[in-house]
Design a protein around this ligand. Sequence first.
Ligand SMILES: Nc1ncnc2c1ncn2[C@@H]1O[C@H](COP(=O)(O)OP(=O)(O)OP(=O)(O)O)[C@@H](O)[C@H]1O
Ligand SMILES: [Mg+2]
Length: 212
Amino acid sequence: MQYLNDLFDEEHKLREQTKSIRLIKKAKFLDKKNLHTYEWTEQIRFPPHTSKEEICSLSFIEKGESVVLVGSPGTGKTHLATGLGRKACENGYEVRFYRVAHLVEELEQALRLSKLSAFRKKLEKVDLIILNEMSYLPFSKEGSELLLQLISEFYEQKSLIITSNLEFSQWNRIFVDSRLTAALVDRLNHHAHIISYQGESCRLTNALSKRK
Ligand SMILES: Nc1ncnc2c1ncn2[C@@H]1O[C@H](COP(=O)(O)OP(=O)(O)OP(=O)(O)O)[C@@H](O)[C@H]1O
Ligand SMILES: [Mg+2]
């Protein structure tokens, strides 16, 4: 009996590992960054009722909530987003990682080729979508609307992690229409953990210490 139990356990572990490797591949992360190499510094400010432990438990995915990471360049937003995404894959969630500018291009192209519903269908089974670099690049009106439409569809059904250099009050700079921006910010404010970063770029600190 013991032998069979061990055999089943081993088989189960192997299947879980294979599944998580497959999910990580499908997520299309930019790099291999993970939570083990992430340093939780004093620079990170959590809103009330949110903690590092809560975010890392990924309970926000189960609840269909989102996480917005806001701060200056090089402060570790993409690293944290990737680490959380990778852990989500290891826990069996379907994840997609997008640079926002690329996602908007893909949406515009899908619209031109009348393949928008096929594109949306591809995302139907996804539990967590990471939108990296919702930043300075302004979108066309059409691009803004497509992105907003997609986010509105996900709202309360799936989870999002968004990284941005800009605070909500400046998102008018990215989206052309201030009415649409207000609608997006309102949705995110309602259901998101907004984590902000204070302080200097890690890239800059690393470069300076190497020079020394
Ligand atoms: N807290 C941290 N722990 C470990 N590494 C970090 C941390 N913060 C930043 N880094 C490292 O510094 C580099 C820059 O971080 P990252 O790309 O995540 O910044 P970012 O906030 O996304 O910047 P940008 O706004 O320019 O996209 C990466 O190599 C990252 O691994
Ligand atoms: Mg980044």
